[in-house]
Design a protein around this ligand. Structure first.
Ligand SMILES: NC(=O)C1=CN([C@@H]2O[C@H](COP(=O)(O)OP(=O)(O)OC[C@H]3O[C@@H](n4cnc5c(N)ncnc54)[C@H](O)[C@@H]3O)[C@@H](O)[C@H]2O)C=CC1
Ligand SMILES: O=C([O-])CC(=O)C(=O)O
Length: 260
């Protein structure tokens, strides 16, 4: 499978190293990257043997089968429909963009018409299978997420004691923290939707990890999951697990027996 990556940051670098250098996915190669800075394209051409592009059309015509978005919510808004229109499968990690129900619907419709697929990795959380199962009979009652990160990642400054920087719906959370709470939207899409999924975000000066606690109640019973994620050294806002989840989605695409 020939992969194209949109983005030039920590998740993109991790994927290039894992797939093209460490060869952790034997059936996959990253062929092309779409990045904003020409010097990154040039460096990556040399280091990872990829073709670097700044132009979306040239990138999409570079012989790739599938596109991984590893950039920003805005990049999804800008590129996702164009990728699907070109009949390339798409992995989206900036899932926050799909809080926009009209964009979600348009993407869904064009995937149905063209037989193309969009994959949303579980990102920095887990338990989406449970939420999805509970929701399949419509008997999911409540889902809440409490996220705790170092203050610099969330609010760009230090605080002395922990501070609740947000409490409200997932819809509001992603509009205020688009680089920190994509997890709230994938959780919403699996379950009750972004207006009924509640989110609390805490800036914690003691935190060395990005923690996410998910609590769900329904006819199935009750679930509590606590993730204590190591951050990516190159971008502490992002948990290492989020990068691994993209790799996992790509791996699933090459397998014939699906788990979960
Ligand atoms: N779903 C989830 O659980 C998680 C999602 N994320 C999201 O994943 C995305 C990537 O994360 P990181 O690699 O850590 O971010 P990063 O900040 O290290 O890298 C983002 C890169 O995208 C590039 N970029 C921005 N707009 C672009 C455009 N229009 N075209 C091409 N490149 C563009 C930037 O130049 C930067 O190099 C972010 O949106 C982040 O919020 C991160 C962690 C968890
Ligand atoms: O990586 C994390 O811990 C969560 C994150 O940034 C996001 O969901 O946008």
């Amino acid at each position: 499978m020939k992969i194209g990556i949109i983005g030039g940051g920590s998740i993109a670098t991790f994927l290039l190293q894992s797939i093209n250098v460490d060869r952790v996915l034997p059936h996959c190669t990253v062929e092309s990257v779409l990045v904003r800075r020409p010097e990154v394209a040039e460096e990556w051409e040399n280091r990872y043997g990829v073709n670097g592009y700044q132009d979306l059309n040239a990138f999409m015509d570079s012989g790739i089968d599938l596109v991984v978005e590893a950039a920003t919510v805005q990049a999804v808004q800008e590129y996702a429909e164009k990728v699907i229109a070109k009949r390339k499968d798409l992995v989206i990690i900036s899932v926050g963009a799909l809080v926009d129900q009209e964009l979600y619907q348009r993407l869904n419709d064009s995937c149905r018409q063209s037989g193309t697929r969009i994959m949303l990795p579980s990102g920095a959380i887990g338990g989406l299978d449970v939420i999805h199962s509970a929701m399949s009979s419509g008997q999911l009652e409540s889902v809440s997420l409490t996220t705790r990160k170092p203050p610099l990642s969330l609010i760009g400054r230090e605080v002395e004691i922990e501070e609740v920087v947000f409490e409200g719906t997932a819809t509001e959370a992603i509009s205020k923290f688009p680089k920190n709470i994509n997890v709230a939207i994938v959780l919403s899409l699996a379950g009750l939707g972004s207006d009924k999924t509640t989110v609390k975000i805490v800036a914690d000066p003691q935190a060395t990890k990005n923690t996410h606690c998910i609590e769900a109640v329904g006819a199935f019973g009750r679930m509590t999951i606590q993730l204590e994620n190591d951050p990516m050294p190159s971008n502490p806002k992002t948990s290492y697990l989020a990068a691994l989840s993209v790799l996992s989605s790509l791996k699933k695409k090459t397998e014939y027996i699906s788990i979960g």
